[in-house]
Design a protein around this ligand. Structure first.
Ligand SMILES: [Ca+2]
Ligand SMILES: [Ca+2]
Ligand SMILES: [Ca+2]
Length: 271
């Protein structure tokens, strides 16, 4: 375990220690004792993203790859519990919010039956054929709770605009070769795909995942369409739910971040 990793794995302990030291004094609590202190852009730039600052293009991508590859990896069964935390409904802690339908549903109503929620691989696992072995197939940065039937309709299609609207998930569209998610999650989808492209570079036992500007990518380790994903990232910038999700993954599960949620401008800096 690297020094960076062990440092970030213990934000709560550090916060507790700070509070203990200050107990009994009249001093105001320092700003870094609040739970979200690692999530401010300035704090992350001074620490987590230090080696990426000032870079662009392939150099930026390489620096980010090194930074985000320092992570804890989950098993596929651990993904269930992670999603119950990362995608918790802010208005109801017993529920998760499903990606495509936006439905709030009981955390315990997960499984493979119609009407339940299951684990959607936003980067379809057949694109690069990584399956559900520990690795890209269990990386919760691109795994989301979805309605079982809608997950099946999306299948392994690439992302693009157009098609007919899904009766079971209004606002989502599909045709024979592509899927268009609802407006509220278009940027989320784009940033998940681009995270995967930076995280997986073919230097482990898995394929080098990369976006391209096509559909019908099949089992190639590619996902389209890049030009559409870039537009979606612009149209739907990170909101509170997406940022909180990144924090929960970082602090509680994988201890790595999606850089494009923290720095959306890095999408254009690389692609
Ligand atoms: Ca299409
Ligand atoms: Ca969004
Ligand atoms: Ca890659």
């Amino acid at each position: 375990m690297s020094r960076r990793h062990s440092f970030y794995a213990r934000p709560l302990l550090a916060a507790v220690a700070t509070v203990t030291v200050l107990a009994g004094t009249a001093a105001a609590a320092p700003s870094d004792s609040s739970p979200g202190r690692y999530t401010t852009a300035a704090a992350l730039d001074d620490t987590y993203y230090q080696d990426a600052l000032g870079k662009t293009g392939a150099e930026l991508k390489a620096a980010l790859h090194t930074i985000i590859s320092d992570q804890t990896k989950l098993s596929y069964s651990q993904v269930w519990d992670a999603l119950k935390a990362t995608d918790e409904d802010p208005a109801n802690s017993s529920n998760v919010v499903l990606l495509y339908t936006g439905r709030s549903q009981s955390k315990n109503d997960n499984g493979g039956n119609s009407g339940q929620w299951n684990r959607e691989h936003v980067w379809a696992k057949s694109h690069g054929d990584f399956g559900t072995a520990t690795g890209p197939g269990t990386d919760v940065h691109h795994l989301r709770p979805t309605d079982v039937q809608v997950n099946s309709i999306r299948g392994n299609k690439d992302f693009d605009n157009g098609g007919g609207e899904l009766g079971s998930a209004p606002g989502n569209f599909t045709d024979s070769d592509s899927f268009e998610p609802r407006d509220q999650v278009k940027g989320d989808v784009a940033r998940m795909i681009l995270y995967m492209a930076v995280r997986y570079e073919g230097n482990d036992s898995f394929a080098d995942l990369e976006p391209n500007d096509q559909v019908n990518n099949g089992s190639a380790p590619k996902m389209g369409k890049l030009s559409v994903l870039k537009a979606w990232s612009q149209e739907d910038p990170p909101d509170t739910f997406e940022k909180r999700r990144n924090d929960v993954i970082f602090e509680r599960f994988q201890h790595n971040r999606n850089p494009f949620i923290d720095h959306p401008e890095w999408v254009d800096a690389i692609w």
